[in-house]
Design a binder for this molecule. Structure first.
Ligand code: ATP
Ligand code: MG
Length: 398
């Protein structure tokens, strides 16, 4: 695999190539858009990512990104600019550019962004070709609904939302499992003040896992929900075979009305496994430009992965923050509507620090109300013909 560097200035191109060392087998250099197009044509699918350096003009860079998007949409493009503006970000999003970095970025920042771009390209490569499209909900599936809460940017409230969404769904009497797929840094257990004796690691290690055995690995929360928590040691996470995640989720959905999944802020293999099993994707963002930019790119990536748009719900957290961006701006930027919002509230960090869901702490407050509305989005769209009675429950509520 190779990364293409498009940069007229020799010195900077060399610096970039050094920054990428170890990330890719080969670096291909092009001085202008023509050379770049020729290189991509000659290398075929070898090129996973392209980095446009700061000396390539804005107009050339956008045109080249547009041409690549047309011909080879699975090549991730990264743009390095001396100056960026809101307008440039908008234009860049339109032509599918995955990230924009400042030319003042150090080697580490370039490496991290390039690694992420390569990861996205790999994902798209694996899926665009032979990957089976996600099947329709209801088609040959067991009854549970799987809801994944995702955002490719960290810290926007995924764990807070997924824990509370699980509790909200269980309030109407449904049986709910909550899975922490943030295998390295998961904090569902902390947010719910749980002391689990088993984690998803035990489930993944268990040969021929069945629903009963899986039950023994779940930890019950006072609210009535069942959790499958992340390993306590991040190093243990690396030993989990991502292939087992899909079977764990299938077993859970066969036994629960809802399976809510919390995720890390990355398109990791377990997260892709969760997407495959998901009936609903709740995409979360906050009211700042980097967060919205990430959400836009994520929505584009989901489109490339053929995840049906009508099964995605966009939620803006801390939506009343007075930070300049307004919801109509966000909808324009996303070319998509925002389905629900959660207000900012001091009660959220209070409940998080206390380790008790806000659905229980302040069930009548505006935050709880907004989470009930998100739960309703998922419940109302339940396909007809599925009743709880058809399913034998292994998890009797006590
Ligand atoms: N609506 C809100 N009002 C006030 N604070 C909030 C709100 N939502 C989230 N927070 C705060 O933001 C912090 C981050 O939330 P959370 O841990 O759920 O994010 P995350 O997306 O799971 O992060 P990571 O990507 O690291 O897993 C929490 O400490 C929480 O208190
Ligand atoms: Mg989290």
């Amino acid at each position: 695999m190779a990364v293409l560097i498009v940069e007229p200035h020799d010195g900077y191109a060399t610096w970039l190539a050094n920054a990428l060392s170890g990330l890719t087998d080969r670096v291909i250099r092009a001085a202008d858009p023509d050379e770049a197009m020729a290189a991509v044509a000659a290398e075929g699918r070898e090129v996973l990512a392209a980095i446009f350096g700061p000396s390539l003009g804005d107009r050339d860079a956008l045109a080249l990104a547009g041409a690549l998007q047309q011909g080879t949409p699975d090549v991730s493009v990264l743009l390095i600019r001396r100056q960026e503006s809101g307008e440039l970000i908008r234009q860049a999003l339109k032509v599918g550019i995955k990230d924009i970095l400042s030319s003042a970025s150090d080697e580490n920042a370039v490496r991290t962004a390039a690694a992420k771009a390569i990861e996205i390209a790999r994902v798209l490569r694996g899926r665009l070709g032979g990957g089976a499209p996600t099947s329709d909900p209801g088609e040959g599936r067991s009854p549970g609904r799987v809801v994944t809460v995702f955002s490719s940017k960290g810290g926007c409230g995924k764990t807070f939302l997924s824990t509370n969404l699980a509790v909200a769904l269980s309030r109407s009497g449904a049986e709910v499992a909550l899975v922490d797929l943030d295998l390295h840094f998961g904090d569902v257990a902390i947010m719910l003040h749980l002391f689990p004796s088993h984690t998803i690691y035990d489930a993944a290690q268990s040969p021929g896992l069945d629903a009963l055995t899986l039950k023994s690995f779940l930890t019950r929360h006072d609210s009535g929900i069942w959790t499958l928590v992340a390993p306590t040691e991040p190093t243990v996470a690396d030993t989990i075979n991502p292939g087992t995640i899909g079977s764990i989720l299938k077993l859970l959905r066969s036994a629960f009305d809802y399976v809510v999944i919390d995720t890390p802020p990355a398109f990791s293999e377990p997260v892709l496994g969760a997407f495959d099993e998901s009936d609903w994707l709740v995409m979360l963002a906050t009211l700042d430009v980097p967060s919205i930019k990430n959400l836009k790119l994520t929505l584009q990536t989901m489109e490339l992965l053929h995840f049906p748009k009508n099964r995605i719900r966009v939620v803006v957290n801390r939506a009343d923050s007075k930070v300049g961006l307004r919801l109509p701006d966000v909808e324009k930027l996303l070319s998509s509507s925002v389905d629900a919002t959660i207000p900012s509230s001091r009660s959220v960090p209070l409940s998080v620090n206390k380790g008790s869901p806000i659905m229980l702490e302040e069930p009548k407050g505006p935050v709880a109300e907004s989470i009930r509305r998100i739960a309703a989005l998922v419940v109302e769209s339940q396909p007809a013909g599925r009743t709880k009675k058809q399913r034998r429950s292994l998890f009797a509520r006590s």
